[in-house]
Design a protein around this ligand. Structure first.
Ligand code: PLP
Length: 430
């Protein structure tokens, strides 16, 4: 019986009978790192606490949303107050308007937006709008960028890599795959080629302006500006998927950091303050095509949920008040600089990519600027590193191709403990 289960191992074993792989999102099964997942009982600040009562310093931070750490008092008290007033109205309320205004003020390219419940919904809806607005069907995405699990995005390189994708999951139709073209992140040449081979057919280019789902890869100089240029040249829309980067890199996200303006922006994670949320938005004349103003249909029973909106509003208010970005970037820089020293001292082949408060340590490679370089990372070594760190109370995202996040709740003590554990694990790895 699940009710009596008290250990992570027992719970995972029971979960396997009840949910595919025992989990509600695949990476949580720890398959990529050869370990058994830890079940969390509660979390606070920079720490996760397992059902066994073990404490872990967390660098996953719920995959990015928790920029203020777990169970931040200001956020949790806001959620509690909101819950007492009703958990779902299915009708309009003030915080939807406040959240939309806060987002739009920080991201001027988002003149109008629609709130949804997840990043997947946001990107799927933005793509529908781009297709409707341009009257075209094809989309260019980049190998290694992740935009949620809608059919159009579950595409891997087909045989003619740059021309047509093939489904990366059973259940995705060849039709859906055929409308998605794959280009190489950080290669404008590959984007030009896609446009030239599909003249007048491409509705949009969708990109993570800082790639976060093949490990963290920043855009090379001129890449985002180049995308803007090519989209303008060929009459396609540029969609920045800022589900990770929005309010993580700064109040204006990657758009502000790199000074390139997209037509449409997708958001999630941080704007829900740790509750499920997403949003897509952009130029007014595009967003006015969304139902009920326009013909492009998109709806949601729980969209604009009062708890998520209250948490999101509070989160954005705190970020505007405290402006933690410079300090977070400094902390991340300091932490990863010592990690680089640890790497050099241990004589391990590895490198670290960092942007703001996010970073990825890639094993087995000297630099990573592209999907191909990321794919040559040593995932077996990452697995061993992950297990060693977990044993020592450091909880990393359970796959090589993920970003680590730090929060305002992380302390110097956390970093010292992390670096000490890392030295020990590196020594065991070589
Ligand atoms: N876009 C990006 C860049 C993401 O990283 C993710 C999820 O990690 C998504 C979209 C999908 O968001 P969700 O998991 O909320 O559906």
């Amino acid at each position: 019986m699940v009710v009596g289960a008290e250990s992570s191992a027992e719970l995972f074993s029971q979960a396997g009978n009840l949910m595919p792989g025992g989990v509600n999102s695949p990476v949580r099964a720890f398959n990529a790192v050869g370990a058994e997942p830890v079940y969390i009982e509660h979390a606070s600040g920079s720490k996760l606490y397992s059902v066994e009562g073990r404490e872990y310093i967390d660098y996953m931070m719920s995959w990015g949303p928790l920029i203020l750490g777990h169970a931040n008092m200001e956020i949790t008290s806001t959620i509690t107050e909101a819950a007492v007033k009703g958990t779902s109205f299915g009708a309009n309320h003030k915080n939807e308007v406040v959240l939309a205004e806060l987002i739009s003020q920080s991201m001027p390219a988002v003149e109008m937006l629609r709130l949804v419940n997840s990043g997947t919904e946001a990107t799927m809806s933005a793509l529908r709008l781009a297709r409707a607005a341009t009257g075209r069907e094809k989309v260019i995405k980049f190998k290694g960028c992740y935009h949620g699990h809608a059919d159009s995005f579950l595409i891997s390189a087909g045989s003619g890599a740059l021309t047509q994708g093939s489904p990366s999951s059973p259940g995705v139709t060849r039709g859906a795959a055929g409308d998605t073209l794959l280009a190489d992140y950080n290669s404008i040449v590959s984007v030009k080629e896609c446009f030239e081979l599909n003249l007048g057919e491409i509705a949009a280019v969708i990109v993570e302006p800082v790639a976060g789902n093949m490990g963290l890869i920043p855009p090379v100089e001129g890449f985002l500006a180049g995308l803007r240029q090519e989209c303008d040249k060929y009459g396609a829309l540029l969609i920045f998927d800022e589900v990770i980067t929005g309010f993580r890199l700064g109040l204006g996200g990657a758009t502000e950091m790199y000074g390139v303006t997209p037509d449409l922006t997708t958001l999630g994670k941080i704007i829900g303050g740790g509750l499920p949320v997403g949003a897509y938005g952009g130029r007014r004349e595009l967003m006015e095509q969304i139902s009920p103003l326009g013909q492009v249909y998109q709806a949601g029973t729980l969209s604009g949920n009062p708890l998520a909106c209250a948490a999101g509003v509070r989160m954005l208010e705190i970020l505007r008040r405290d402006k933690p970005y410079t300090e977070l970037a400094k902390m991340c820089q300091a932490l990863t600089a010592i990690m680089e020293e640890n790497i050099a001292e241990a004589g391990i082949k590895a490198c670290i990519n960092r942007v703001g408060s996010a970073f990825t340590l890639f094993f087995g490679v000297e630099s990573v600027n592209s999907y191909d370089e990321a794919m040559s990372a040593d995932t077996a070594m990452f697995g061993a590193y992950f297990r060693g760190m977990l044993e020592r109370g450091i909880y990393l995202p359970p796959a090589q191709y993920e970003a680590n996040f730090i929060s305002t709740a992380h302390s110097i003590d956390d970093f010292e403990a992390t670096l000490l554990a890392q030295k020990e694990v590196f020594a065991a790895l070589v």
